[in-house]
Design a protein around this ligand. Sequence first.
Ligand code: MN
Length: 722
Amino acid sequence: MLEIADTLELERPQDKLIRRLCATLSGYLDQSQIDDCIHAYEFGAAAHSGQFRKSGEAYICHPVSVAISLAEMRMDVNGIMAAILHDVIEDTPVTKKELTKQFSAEVAELVDGVTKLTQIDSKSHAETQAENVRKMFLAMAKDLRVIMVKLADRLHNMQTLGAMPAEAKRRIARETLDIYAPIANRLGMSNIRHKLEALSFETMYPRRHAVLKNAVRKARGNRRKIVDTIESSIKNRMEQAGLPCEVVGREKDIYSIYQKMLNKKISLDDVFDVYAFRIFCDNVDACYRILGAVHNLYKPIPGRFKDYIALPKANGYQSLHTILMGPYGVPIEIQIRTHEMHRMAESGIAAHWLYKSEDDKTEKFQARANEWLRDLLEIQKSAGDSLEFIDNLKVDLFPQEVFVFTPKGGIIKIPRGGTVIDFAYAVHTDIGNACVSARIDKQLVPLQTKLENGVTVEVITASWARPNPLWLNYVVTAKARSSIRNYLKHFKQKEAISLGRRLLEKELQTMHLHLENIDEERIQAVLKVTSMHSLDELLEDIGLGNKMPFLIAKRLTQDNVHGAIKLDDNVQSQKTPLIIKGTEGMVINLAKCCRPIPGDSIIGFFNPGKGIVVHHCECRNSTEVRKKPINWLDVEWSQDAVGDFPAELRIEILNQRGSLATIASTISELDSNIENVTVVDQDDRVSVDLITLTVKDRVHLAQIMRRLKELSVVIKITRVKA
Ligand code: MN
């Protein structure tokens, strides 16, 4: 059990804190749960032993203080344990696994969640991306208790900035204002929010803070009499009306006074020119009755009444607001709310579930949080304003997006399901176009890897790399999609121009001419006749198979460019063939019906809009088109055509266990890959399969077929050429 020194002199700060924590916990937890928390304390104290805060206190004082502020909000037992242990994974050798063993998976998960947020904190340097950091926080924390621990952690750190260098203090304060206070606000936890704002303001602008604090104190003295007068007349009136309630004079906090002066450009006097009160009662009905009574006491200022009970604010805030014209002509601001609404306004999301009946189980925690958020959405819908908040909320807590880091700590937002390729294009189009692989948290990964929240992505690029049409299957962002399409289109255009030039030159050569020898005038005349704007455009059209090179060559060479072209039946006979490598890219395609490979006799067809399709000479499709000489051209394989070319085999094998495996291993032994296998026919004895495999050329294919024929399971084997 807990060891506490007997004498007061020997009591250490941590002893005092743990005693205070236990006292607070005893207000809502049973003894066995408190014992669990003490166990967490002893474990944490041992893990942090030898570590000290800047103040000189033992480190464990910090997590216990964090736990105390959460206990004041009635955080459940696992949340309290996680708060006590929140820094052990980050700052001591203790692992998540060890926490699971010592405590529970739930506690370990919470501590791990806090650790991840802490790491984000130290990763993100860019101050301009506060909104993204906030979203990342909310998206990362699968359990809202993680956020609450983190907020309480930040609050205690702000309270104990003490001896830090001024520069560091200011940075932390700025971050608190940008990230943490808005999150607290988003979750309706105005209590924590105001504390964070006040501490940050004091840290960032100590002199302004001092001036305002002094002014507030002075004003309080001067106004005392008026405040008392108004307060007692309201109280009297409520008593007369038989409306039990509590009237409290309200002082605005210094940071919101500062903001008001800043935003509305008003002087300090104007800020203090308002007297503010809160009236608490037991139920909604009483709120409206009290409203009636105060309107009866002092005249309301028209247009200043707001009913946030019927139409709550976006973060769930409820109250009636009104402004009255008080004695001596001073305006009086009044907020009327139930005690429960007040608790809600102070603790927000925390109040909603932490204060619920005590037999509620922890497992329902998240469910209740979600319920709260759903309610919020409903409220929002019926209220019909600040739609932007709904969007943010959806992004934040029902995440449609993931947030990842660049190597320099910038944050990039990617839709859920997005891959490394989306990330690369989000960073820059040039990075996307040149990416070849990536490292996620220093591990090499393929480009189609889906991204998760909080990881750091480093894209690896290469000068030779270019987008692959297959990427379109892996991207989810419009930017990546359109950039890839765009690139491919331009790339295709470049290829088409170059192919068009080759084809036209080839035609001209048969007439012993070169494109460069042709008069510019004549070229212009042909462009006009063909309605083309430039030579490149004409060449592209030829390359894409839309214009026959033979016809263009004729027009360029015959005397009358407008004249009809006489079609010679044997125009093709004298021509030199077009030499291809088969790997040109997008405008020279190998037909899928016959799958020609180097060494095959081949023939090319113009395929309007797509370029040239190369078929095997024996392909059934080729005999048809061949009847029209103008549509085809002689093609030959280049001597140095290298690559993996798909070919198709029809193979009859014995239908028995392992026969396909034997074939597959034989094929791979011969340095070939199987791309696809389709069973076309099968009975008890025989199976007929179509196998698509990659080969270097005809010789390679012949070698493979010979070896396959030798296998006992193979009955018959033929190459498919149509
Ligand atoms: Mn901490």
